[in-house]
Design a protein around this ligand. Sequence first.
Ligand SMILES: O=C(O)CCC(=O)C(=O)O
Ligand SMILES: [Fe+2]
Length: 303
Amino acid sequence: MKIQVAQGCFCQARLKHNKPPLNFAFYAVEGDGMPPRKLESLQGQSGMILAFEGGTFVWPGIQLGYRRNVTLQPRNEASIELQIETRSLQPLVVEISSFLDENDCQHIIDKALPHIRKSSVKHMDQDVGKPDSNWRTSSTYFMPSDDAVLRRIDDRVSALTLIKKTHQELAQILRYEQGEQYVAHHDYFDPEMYAQNRDIQEMIKRGLFNRLATVFFYLTDVEEGGETNFPRADGLPQPHDFGDCSRGISVYPRRGRIIIFYSQHPSAEADEYSLHGGCQVKRGVKWSANKWIWNKPMDYIQE
Ligand SMILES: O=C(O)CCC(=O)C(=O)O
Ligand SMILES: [Fe+2]
């Protein structure tokens, strides 16, 4: 038996359009606590079986505005039809305009309301000791999936992303009141930026594992502002002002809408273009939620 090992890059077509290349690769895990090693020269070897953990599905973006009709088959539910639209290729952002219904959205809000408290952020080494409100002024509740509605949503997210439920974190419910925001940041943990943080190093196994994708729910319409902005969309340079929402692309809140954006390339390398923020709510209140998905089981949610 001969097994070809692919190692490569979606390069030619992208470079032609002045887009940064998207690399993909295979990795070997050397042992607990060791960073993964790239397998770069295995072509032509025979009789080898590669077993790897961490490989996960990514929706192909195809092109901006591409619309794909899909039929999902969530566990314990009839199939559902929906349309996935590509909003950005770099970072990869797709939108489903109607994923949650009115009742789902209201259920999440009602359930979170008694528990919601000021949001925190995980500080990079250089920011330890600074107030969370430098970055984020919203309120948060991490909500256990302890009823049928929430379990159904987890199953749907799993069917949509084609990533097991065990890889999801608990939904982080967010409320932004007028004037509140979360400036641009990454959802993945850069091992170098958290070198002194033992908990994070343990969680990401020094770079082996990380958040792969974010499924972001919009639970209310917002009268003005509150959009999610990707200031580096389409390969733009690093912004000077991380609160500037005038660059790149923005997705506006609409009750029931969701987006999926990917923090990693198919190669499992972090995508620095996935920088994003929750822009200031100018009028009204924004309820929303993060479903962070890892490239490993997290043990918050059982299959
Ligand atoms: O509120 C938003 O639109 C984005 C929030 C966000 O990026 C986060 O909570 O990590
Ligand atoms: Fe985020």
